[in-house]
Design a protein around this ligand. Structure first.
Ligand SMILES: [Zn+2]
Length: 59
């Protein structure tokens, strides 16, 4: 099984990174049958993005 995330190249770098996190959480929610509500995915994506960015975490 293959899943591919495609991100609009016209977005700003910040928006691309935030969108990637959102899409990863959305994919994990599906893969692990978490059935997260979309607003929860959006909140987690945004919160996680802020924490990673504010703490300059790259891994
Ligand atoms: Zn979404």
């Amino acid at each position: 099984m293959e899943q591919k995330i495609t991100i609009d190249e016209s977005l700003s770098l910040d928006k691309k990174e935030e969108t990637l996190l959102h899409e990863i959480i959305e994919a994990l929610s599906g893969y692990y049958s978490l059935n997260l509500e979309h607003d929860v995915i959006t909140t987690l994506g945004f919160g996680l993005y802020q924490v990673l960015k504010d703490n300059k975490l790259n891994f």
